[in-house]
Design a protein around this ligand. Sequence first.
Ligand code: 3HC
Length: 311
Amino acid sequence: AQSELQGRFDDLIGADERIEPRDWMPEAYRKTLVRQIAQHAHSEIIGMQPEGNWITRAPSLRRKAILLAKVQDEAGHGLYLYAAAETLGVDRADLLDALHTGRQKYSSIFNYPTLTWADIGAIGWLVDGAAIINQIPLQRCSYGPYARAMVRICKEESFHQRQGFELLHDLAHGTPEQHAMAQDALDRWWWPSLMMFGPPDAESAHSAQSMAWRIKRHSNDELRQRFVDISVPQAEALGLRIPDPDLRWNEERGHHDFGVIDWTEFQEVLAGNGPCNRQRVASRVQAHEDGEWVREAALAYAAKHSDKGVA
Ligand code: 3HC
């Protein structure tokens, strides 16, 4: 009975095996996966807005083509992840409604404005770089559909990160004004990128359970530290200065020490008071309403053809 099912589930998790949609799973495991996968998907589609803002103003056709491809990829990642969430028995329309009404979150990072073209480079380099560090371990997540979605998403994310780094490298090695623009973008995007990894481990509500269920493979602070250690030499290669006076290599730790993160800013952004929260959700709701006719047409088409194929 239930205890047998729980035992089998625990054995699968303990053996680092995959849980598939048809396997029995504790309701709390299913709920936390719906929460995380849905919010991951919401992050991808909201993330299209700050970048989309620059598609019509890209400085060259090549840059415009790259940015178009990246924004389209983010949409695809969102659809991929909504499909993964639906394997848990939830309906995509309900997840979108939860996003639109603030009952579900999206990544804090997308509540900041993209003020200059250099921000597009900073997002690719830092935000997609952070996303990669967070998503690589998720390829080994215990829930099959989520782990498999991550494999393809990580491949595309590395192109996103590389094009952002290259964009910033061009600017940082361009005119003094371009260098200043690149440095200004790093100054504004560095600390919010560290916050992407979530609250400190001591204040993380879900980490212990998520790690026990092998959904989360590394803690928030561990991945944040990995991101800092990887970013320092990259900033040096760019010739840009990371805006943290406390950043320094710590030989005995074998990691970089870094300054204190402003967690009140993080909590404010999560509470909906970031620079762009209202605008991001309003644009999302508007896009959803503007797309009503597409959903109606698709449903009408499906209804008209549903009798087809009946023997
Ligand atoms: N932004 C918004 N909310 C955040 C957050 C952030 N950066 N970090 C944490 N939170 C929320 C959590 O969702 C949770 O709230 P909830 O209970 O309402 O869901 C609360 O803060 C406590 O945080 P925990 O650390 O306890 O929560 P988790 O164990 O879920 O860890 C996480 C947070 C590390 C973000 C984890 O959910 C995760 O790995 N999610 C998948 C990755 C993801 O969502 N990435 C989005 C990045 S952007 C992106 O991928 C687009 C790319 O293409 C640029």
